[in-house]
Write a protein that binds this ligand. Sequence first.
Ligand code: FAD
Ligand code: GLY
Length: 372
Amino acid sequence: MVNHYDAIVVGGGVIGSSVAYSLAKRGLNVIILEKERLASQASQAAAGMLAAQAEMTEAGPLFELSRKSRNMFPSLADELKEQSGIDIILTNKGMFKIAVTEQQVNEYKQMISFQREAGEQVEWYTGDELRDKEPALSKLVLGGLYLPNDGHVSAPELSLAFAKSAAKLGVTIQEYTEVFSFILENGRVKGVKTEQGELQSENVIVTTGAWSRRLLRETGIESSDYPVKGECFSVIFQKPILESTIFSHGCYLVPKEGGRLIVGATMKENTFDRKVTVDGIASLLDKAKRLLPNIVHAEWEKTWAGIRPQTADSIPYLGEHPEWQGLFIATGHYRNGILLSPITGEIIADLVEKKPYNDVDLTPFCVHRPLL
Ligand code: FAD
Ligand code: GLY
């Protein structure tokens, strides 16, 4: 059995699959080790929004990274379709970040300037203007930012497309294989230990999402990451009821193909319990009904939950371990792992190849930054 690889990716969510795909495109012999099934955790639960503008409230490194990653999607969609045959269903019909209180009206209007200074398109719509475009929205909507470039994809399809494309380029995918620890010698990583034995590599990339803390602690990093559970539900309308995505504080409505609407998502910190609760779905439905009263007539589809990987400063960890050469970390993507997956893959591949990554200053993302 082969047990030596150019790179070992630990964790098969959207981030691990994107990293493996980027490394394979550069000719590396890669294996993904996933403790359960590929993309069975947060990456399966995501609504798929590419909310580079709607999710960011200020200028800064995360805004820069998000915009760059969002811009990669049109060519990525074609590339993944060609490699894997999978359509990630990239939809570019814009997003409204809507306000339902006067305080939100003021807050959101103030965001216009930093977004325009960055060269992004953003327009303010009054409540009536908004309802002209989206007549199903209720009178409670006071106005909102129109973000024409914030689209969405199918998150499960994206993860699968990365993994299948990676496999086509020769990446080995091994499910039901948990990495317990690393082989660390003389200042560098030499491989990983699993229940099925050891695998060797001088490059190991940790993409274990919300489950990263224990593994990182073993390498001497006291990371600040913690889990944040999110619950969603979906309904089906006979005819599509919304054109654009509606993004509101505590509730978003993402119109998918065939009249399907995803409604998300709750936020519960410090739990790995993925059970969907009546309380979670009831509170979400209540918010959705206020925004979109006709949702009560839709057909119920299903509910689900996932665990987001959050960090103390809400910025992902992207970089090489400060003490163990060849050990790379890409986790903590919190609410934006789908959006940030393409750029994360490219950044990690550059770091593995020891190429300087100059597009964005990576200092704020480094794994040994001071904890809050
Ligand atoms: P995961 O998908 O959780 O993958 C980590 C993998 O590592 C898991 O499969 C796990 O089994 C495996 N693993 C863990 N430990 C080990 C080990 N020791 N050995 C081997 N394998 C291991 N983001 C967006 O951009 N847009 C959205 O609209 C959006 N909506 C969301 C809605 C909800 C309800 C939730 C929960 C999240 C949403 N997100 C969204 C966030 C996004 O889903 C995450 O940021 C992203 O999926 C994180 O990807 P990941 O690969 O790091 O983690
Ligand atoms: N980005 C949406 C969510 O995490 O719920």
